[in-house]
Ligand binder design. Sequence first.
Ligand code: NAD
Length: 259
Amino acid sequence: MGLLDGRRGLIFGIANERSIAWHIARGAAEQGAACAFAHLPGEKMERRVRKALEDGGFSDPWMRSCDLASDEDLDRLFDAAAADFEAIDFVVHSVAYADREYLRPGAFVDTPRGVFAQALDISSYSLVAVAMRARHLMRNGGSILALSYYGAEKAMPGYNVMGVAKSALESCVRYLALDLGPARIRVNALSAGPCRTLSAMAVGGFERILALMEETAPLRRNIETNEVGKSAVYLLSDLSSGVTGETHHVDAGYHSIAS
Ligand code: NAD
């Protein structure tokens, strides 16, 4: 028997088979969940995501495009989900974006207004935009999960405006948890250690961050992306039925030490 038998989830953020969202989808499906997917628009992206899903064992997946910066796209996506599904039980928000030109050590002070606003819109506000629509489909309660990083808590060279966006995201998690708790919808974040994904490669000094983790984290290693998938299953399932408004670290303990 799986921990997510009979549950349906909507997953945002698969770009390829390295994506954290791909590992979460695999973890959820292994526990019996039915997964639907939303990806960034574009033919090339659609082909890439379809291939990654097929390689992950998802044959003929429910997939729709959705730019999280667009309310029209979001409305269209949730209308399609409402037409096809009676209810959804969980949502995974595994999406972030900031102009990589400003993700270099020393470049935060030069962040222009537009770059700041776009990073916060796509990486933080979009969780609110998703939750306000998803709640109407979460008829039996449910779980919403976002992905964060330690750069939300401490200034890390190169993470810059994305760190500010992750701080806002973690705060959004707490406020959404407060508003949606009466509807039995839990909202949490996983703060993952560095994983080699497309987005991570945009962060200047990423290799240094990986090396530092391995040297200093209590477990003396980096995490495997599938470890984020396993912890996600806990937060998406009834195993965490009493947990909401939480940011849970999956980072080999790095956040707990002074370095
Ligand atoms: P990824 O590049 O595989 O995934 C990021 C996803 O965001 C992609 O699928 C991309 O298409 C999507 N996206 C970007 N802009 C979008 C938009 N406007 N609308 C819809 N989708 C959009 O990288 P990832 O590392 O798997 O990132 C997933 C999440 O995990 C992000 O929130 C990231 O900040 C977070 N995270 C990553 C790491 C890491 O080291 N990789 C660590 C902690 C947290």
